[in-house]
Design a protein around this ligand. Sequence first.
Ligand SMILES: Nc1ncnc2c1ncn2[C@@H]1O[C@H](COP(=O)(O)OP(=O)(O)OP(=O)(O)O)[C@@H](O)[C@H]1O
Length: 333
Amino acid sequence: MPILQAQSLSKRFRRPDKDSGFKGAVKHLMQRKYKNFTAVDAIDLSIDPGESVAYVGPNGAGKSTTVKLLTGILKPSDGTVRVMGRDPHVERIANAHDIGVLFGQRTQLWWDLPVEESLKLLKHMYGVSDADYKARIERFDELLDLGEFMPALARTLSLGQRMRADLACALIHNPKMVYLDEPTIGLDISVKDRLRAFLRNLVNEEGTTLLLTSHDLADIEEVCDRIVVIDEGKIAYDGPIVQLKAHYITTKAVNLVLEEAADVKALAEKFPTYEWTAGEAASEVTATYESARFTTAEVLGDLTGQLAPRDLSLSEPSIEDVIRRLYAGELTK
Ligand SMILES: Nc1ncnc2c1ncn2[C@@H]1O[C@H](COP(=O)(O)OP(=O)(O)OP(=O)(O)O)[C@@H](O)[C@H]1O
């Protein structure tokens, strides 16, 4: 049975309907007009316990609005959400005990309190036992190194420390369902790596269910198994990440460094079964081929035999390319 189920979930916002410029603003002051804007448009989403789902899309696609609907912060305009059988907006307090939420752009730490005091307040609010609290703090400390800044006031923390402390706050009551909205935004590579490993461990070892939004595709590949792509409020793709790759990554490429400047036009005439593109340097050129039609060995044999390159490397399109094309509407399910 799914832990989370959304059916035909929609959210419309009322927006001022005004002409641009100063005149438009003045006219709007005299005669206010509004129009509806659909941020989330009839989405269906079902998540099973223990799944780690990436929820991605371009800016303004409706990701944060969806997370707010799923966590009960916003009331749907249409459709239903059930999390562990509850309507999160109606049963907000009961729901809060079973979910953890982190909005990377905001903090739930009390700004003028030491981190430790914020965690203790949350312990009391959630009714976490002393033994469970101690065990969880020890574990978070081991994985996130909280110890060093537990006594520090929240407002004095660096962004990376703040995010680690916020993650501990979101998880102190051991929630079954966790929503993370941009958890690695603005962090440096080493903190990102650490957070990703922590989240992967949460899914693998604790069986926690995760829904994660991020613009950083490394977060997605390292933490999640399934990807849901949203664009203009509608779901454009929903499936396993490996399937997305297998389905859309159908080409590979050989990057060649030739002894002299590459003539792309002449190469395209000589080897018409490959697609040729110029590289950054004049002597660099890339031949892209369909992996279902040719083996890499065949392509290498063909090209190295006839072109005698000085150097070569192999590459395949990244998940980033695939998602960029999905955002651009070039690919369908
Ligand atoms: N309270 C609101 N009132 C009016 N419009 C809103 C409100 N909240 C969000 N929107 C609009 O809804 C659309 C979706 O916003 P949302 O924040 O969900 O996007 P997002 O996918 O999270 O974007 P980003 O990646 O930039 O954070 C945007 O056009 C936004 O301006």
